[in-house]
Ligand binder design. Structure first.
Ligand SMILES: *Cc1c(COP(=O)(O)O)cnc(C)c1O
Length: 374
């Protein structure tokens, strides 16, 4: 049976050109980047080439990019790193109620260590409350961390406004851009972002590699001790092959950005129109305009999305009922709760996220299956 994969917000396949570029670094170019001989120096060069590619993709300098093991680690390093380095200035952090667990649980961890955290509300479309943001700022606020775009409902936040508010008040601004990289054009200098997290496996690089941009001059403490890798900010022998893969993937995706972006939007808008035309009483979650190009999140009343997922799976279709992290968890997702969805509607919520290999025929097949099942 053909697999129709509609869960690109959970993870993406490694693209062929990315895999090809990575392969030599497993078997032939296996040097440790800290070694002095040429095999080691070649590994070091490959890492620095990848760093430049990441920096170029987001308008940063190469020395502002730190490689990590995943998006979650990037979030931890950014938030804890900045909080620890700035705790003489204050102990207050502002984030939102709809962040990924990598941010939410990092903030909860810091609360146990004496930091104070404000979790901002969002409106019914999932946009954070800017007035509450301004009102929450106090002299002890050191960091604002708001995601660029939400992984469940696809809503894009007013990043430029948030960044402005942060800097008018001399507060650092971090954004979890794990869902945004590859799907939106991002220039960290233009947006005045101080720290930004990304993860390779969300844009056709492998799982297990991420990157963190931290603006030059922003103080942050390392949270993993050991050797002096990554400019002494992240200990551990570099994952050379995967770093090479992440560098190739981010360059590729932005080289073909317009084409990729319009492909995703076309499939998304077609799916949204067809669902609304053919199935009664549906609710599109997230902002209709300011949403990720490949995200369509619908609630179907009186429907059990967990059951729907199993039925779809039997037809070769991969989708998601909330975020992948909460699969098997009967609690409604914190994001759907935050936008005011009832438990019933949350239970019937299906997230479809499109990717580069999806076709219109695949979407027609998905819609046919959904019409029968719902
Ligand atoms: C996937 C995801 C993460 C976590 O990235 P990992 O590489 O899987 O640890 C963090 N934030 C958002 C918004 C995500 O979608």
């Amino acid at each position: 049976m053909k697999i129709c994969y509609f869960d690109h917000a959970a993870t993406t396949p490694v693209s062929t050109e990315v895999l090809q570029e990575m392969l030599p670094y497993f078997e032939l170019q296996y040097g440790n980047a800290s070694s002095m001989y040429s095999l080691g120096r070649q590994a070091k060069r490959a890492i620095e080439h990848a760093r430049k590619r990441v920096a170029d993709a987001i308008g940063a300098k190469a020395k502002e990019i730190y490689f990590t093991s995943c998006g979650s680690e990037s979030d931890n390093l950014a938030i804890k790193g900045i909080a620890y380095a700035n705790k003489q200035k204050g102990n207050h952090i502002i984030t939102s109620k709809i962040e990924h667990p990598a941010v939410l649980n990092t903030c909860r961890h810091l609360e146990k260590e004496g930091f104070q955290v404000t979790y901002l509300n969002v409106d019914k479309n999932g946009v954070i409350d800017l007035e509450q943001l301004s009102n929450s700022i106090s002299p002890s606020t050191i960091l604002i961390s708001i995601m660029f775009a939400n992984n469940e409902i696809g809503t894009i936040q007013p990043i430029e406004m948030i960044s402005k508010i942060a800097h008018q008040n001399h507060i650092l601004f971090h954004t979890d851009a794990v869902q945004a990289i590859g799907n939106l054009r991002i220039d960290v200098k233009q947006l005045e972002i101080d720290a930004l997290s990304m993860s390779g496996h969300k844009f056709y690089a492998p799982k297990g590699v991420g990157a963190l941009y931290i603006k030059e001059g922003v103080d942050f403490t390392k949270i993993q001790d050991g050797g002096h890798q990554e400019n002494d900010k992240r200990a551990g022998t570099e994952n050379v092959a995967e770093i090479v893969g992440l560098g190739k993937a981010i360059e590729e995706i932005y080289k073909r950005f317009e084409e990729y972006n319009s492909h995703l939007k076309k499939l998304r808008d077609y799916y949204i129109n067809e669902i609304e035309r053919n199935i009664a009483n549906t609710k599109l979650n997230g902002d209709r305009e300011k949403r990720l190009p490949g995200n369509a999140n619908f609630s179907f009343p009186n429907c059990n999305a967990q059951k729907l997922l199993l039925d779809l799976d039997a037809k070769g279709i991969c989708a998601s009922a909330g975020s992948a992290c909460s699969t098997g968890n009967p609690e409604p997702s914190h994001v759907l709760t935050a936008i005011g969805l009832s438990n019933d509607m949350a239970t019937g919520t299906l997230r479809i996220t499109f990717g580069k290999d999806n076709t219109k025929d695949d979407v027609d097949y998905l819609i046919t299956c959904l019409r029968k099942m719902i």
